[in-house]
Design a protein around this ligand. Sequence first.
Ligand code: NAP
Ligand code: ZN
Ligand code: ZN
Length: 347
Amino acid sequence: MINTRAYAALKAGSPLVPFTLERRACGPRDVVLDVKFSGICHSDIHQARDEWGGAAFPMVPGHEIVGVVSAVGKKVKRFRVGDHAGVGCMVDSCRKCSNCRHDEEQFCEQGAAFTYNSTEMDRKTPTQGGYSTRMVVNEDFVLKLSKKMPLDRAAPLLCAGITTYSPLKRFGAKKGKVVGVVGLGGLGHMAVKIAAAMGATVVVFSTSPSKEKDARRLGARTFVLSSNAEAMQKLAGKIDLIIDTVSAPHDVNAYLGLLKIDGTMVLVGVPTEPAAVHAFSLIGGRKKLAGSLIGGIAETQEMLDFCAKKKVLSDVEVISASQVNEAYERTIRGDVKYRFVIDASTF
Ligand code: NAP
Ligand code: ZN
Ligand code: ZN
């Protein structure tokens, strides 16, 4: 067993505290990752506070995990000691169902083994996440990182990156298309950078006037304060694809009205309350309201390679482990530019 320092929530909503856990010994197909940085996703906060229900404690959150490979099992082919690597939201899946065979492990019919607040595929062993010094993960669920990417700025790609890359690609973000991004937080700022790197014209919708300058620096052509009814009205029927990253209840009808005919709005944010959708918002213009959950492992590797090639990285604030509770509060207030990343040497 591998003794590992970590930070955990011991019960729903309690502050995270230092914690130790035992990782399994390195199996023949396992990779041991010495974690260097771990991003703070808003999903960590939702789950540590049990806002979606059914959370299991103690919980070590964290699914934006990057580090250096420190050991590999005898049968591991794709990794060597010293490689830079990452782990995202999943650590295993059944590998046999139709979705797994089509590289959509996030939709495994048996339920994937998510990185924390879940179990291994034995359905008994709880999984614990990346706010820790070490991960032990089957090589099929470990991602390769170019050594050209600074690890701290690459960490958020493992969730915020793939969660926005996947729907942008699937729903056709490219040159000549107008893409709206709702909410300029961790996911939102990656959506802006990736959509711009795909060649799309990007419009940011935000509740925060202070983010206008950053939105443009990150790659947006237009910034709209969502409370400005006149500015919203000007864009009615002008947008091909909207990626909605908002973590709190808000009116989706206001954005559906901005889509062109046959346009699509994709929900990736998961507010705690259901959204009310008026049928008229969809039927006038044959619009589609869709959802998207992270991405499969192959697509995550494709996204990392795309970001390495296009020099797309996250804007991060690196913190020590003792600042994690304050970082949660600041994330909820929208006061982060644009992702907190924990320095794992401080766990
Ligand atoms: P985040 O950094 O907190 O960003 C959320 C942004 O939403 C904020 O920066 C803010 O942007 C906007 N916002 C917050 N409260 C709002 C409100 N009351 N009304 C309108 N806008 C508001 O969070 P994140 O890490 O990007 O995650 C966003 C959501 O995606 C979370 O719900 C998370 O659980 C979910 N998520 C989903 C997936 C998936 O696979 N589908 C993966 C990861 C995360 P402005 O200041 O610009 O308005
Ligand atoms: Zn996440
Ligand atoms: Zn499966």
